[in-house]
Design a protein around this ligand. Structure first.
Ligand SMILES: Cc1ncc(COP(=O)(O)O)c(C=O)c1O
Length: 447
């Protein structure tokens, strides 16, 4: 944490609130990203898809952020009425209904009729903003929120530093699968000590790139339901679906786990999804909060939804007031008239990422398991490796200085691992990326 020399010297530090005094930007991902931009020739720190334009059928060979050209057209076509007015607190009604249809479309492979269980999505500023709003709504400061021990580091800022909750973790993996017994114990403990349990599930997962199978996802949902019903309390199950749709094998869940959670007894399912990764529109800052109510409440859903909306609306009004209007209209127009085209364009990106993921895994297969242990992955933008006996920060530093390779280290909970963003590394560079990770880890491993 910085020592705030100037703020203190100018006596401004004392003007800050207690929260303001505590606030700091953790070095984490942005520190490594900043260094990689200056020092690295392979930058595997960025959680955004990049590559040569031609790889996804765009003209030229310039290195570019991958985007969907189908979205571009509407920038010049929006009318003043779609651009300049405030959006309503909950979001533009036509955007909300279009996003609801988009969700139903995405969840079709689950083969369930979810229409009766879904509330109308509420617009939020990115999945980060959605998480902050939902956190504020369901977590009293000091209460615990349950996460696996492999989680996106910004949850610390949003859910602890900002919302004031405590993160309780359980081991993510049971061998190569998701650790359901560990989740169950964490939920039972939480239900025993507070009025409800709040769980965040993030598949495809950042940082591991893991998604469960359909059977495992169904077991997760049944486990949460059983824990809730047995205790007579509620489980608020938040699906952070930031990477929805990016799956690379047929045997993992092709849709959000929200589809399995919605309808379960004593479970309030909350879906957070947005355009940042799903539509490769990171700068839009647009996501949605959607609830899936238990079957037992389906007949009262509309009235229940209205009250839930009012709660969400109150937090929004008190913080960000409302979201970016033109982006809602642009996304609405694109999804309404070009969903097929957008999906086809995005498929090109998914295919590129799948090939990178395959090459990454093929190369990692060769790595000596006494040095590093690649974590099971099948989806998303990242993969991770655990270091058997080297320190993650030291390996990342050596990688940067000597191998000119940027990755993000984590030493959280005493585990030493590296997050490798294959989404931003060209396929041809992946063998060097993997060899470098291995060589650096080997050099710093205990003999
Ligand atoms: C797991 C997870 N959730 C949420 C987000 C943030 O998404 P957004 O850019 O929409 O705020 C990220 C982005 O890195 C993420 O990895």
């Amino acid at each position: 944490m910085p020592d705030w020399t100037m703020l203190k010297e100018c006596k401004l530090f004392d003007c800050l609130s207690e929260k303001g005094k505590e606030a700091f930007l953790p070095p984490g991902i942005f520190y490594w990203l900043g260094r990689a931009k200056k020092e690295a020739t392979i930058n595997a720190t960025i959680g955004s898809a990049y590559g040569p334009a031609s790889e996804i059928g765009l003209p030229g060979d310039a290195h570019t952020v991958f985007y969907l050209p189908g979205l571009m057209q509407f920038f010049s076509e929006l009318s003043p009425a779609e651009i300049f007015p405030y959006a309503p607190i909950l979001g533009a009604p036509d955007f909300r209904s279009t996003w609801r249809n988009w969700i139903l479309e995405k969840l079709k492979p689950a083969g369930r009729n979810l229409d009766a269980l879904l509330t109308s999505p509420v617009a939020a500023p990115g999945v980060t903003g959605a998480l902050a709003i939902v956190g504020e709504l369901f977590l009293t400061p000091g209460e615990s929120v349950i996460l696996p021990d492999r989680y996106w580091e910004n949850y610390d800022n949003v859910l602890c530093a900002n919302v004031g909750s405590r993160i309780t973790t359980y081991p993510f993996y049971d061998g190569e699968d998701f650790n359901i017994p560990a989740l169950r114990s964490a939920v039972d403990e939480s239900l025993a000590s507070q009025g409800k349990a709040v769980v965040v599930l993030n598949f495809p997962n950042n940082p591991t790139g893991f998604s469960p199978s359909v059977a495992t996802a169904q077991k997760i949902a049944a486990t949460l339901e059983d824990a809730a019903v047995t205790s007579g309390k509620w489980v608020v199950a938040i699906a952070d679906d930031a990477y929805e749709g990016y799956v690379y094998t047929d045997d993992c869940l092709q849709y959000s786990i929200f589809a399995e959670l919605a309808g379960k007894r004593n479970v309030l399912a909350v879906k957070l999804d947005g355009v940042s990764k799903e539509l490769l529109f990171y700068g839009a800052r647009l996501a949605c909060i959607t609830f899936g109510v238990p079957e037992s409440c389906a007949s009262k859903k509309d009235l229940l939804a209205k009250e839930l909306e009012e709660k969400v609306g109150a937090v929004i009004r008190a913080s960000i007031s409302n979201c970016n209007h033109p982006v809602q209209q642009l996304v609405r127009r694109s999804l309404e008239s070009k969903m097929g085209l957008l999906l086809a364009e995005r498929q090109k990106v998914i295919d590129v990422l799948r090939r990178r993921w395959e090459v990454y895994n093929r190369e990692m297969e060769k790595a000596d398991r006494s040095i590093l242990h690649p974590l099971a992955s099948n989806s998303g933008f990242f993969s991770s490796v655990d270091l058997v006996s080297a320190k993650a920060n030291d390996v990342a530093d050596l990688l940067m200085k000597e191998f000119k390779v940027g990755v993000v280290p984590s030493e959280a909970g005493g585990k030493h691992s590296l997050r490798i963003a294959f989404c931003s590394v060209e396929e041809r560079d992946i063998p060097r990326l993997v060899t470098s990770v291995f060589e650096a880890a080997k050099r710093l491993s205990r003999k």
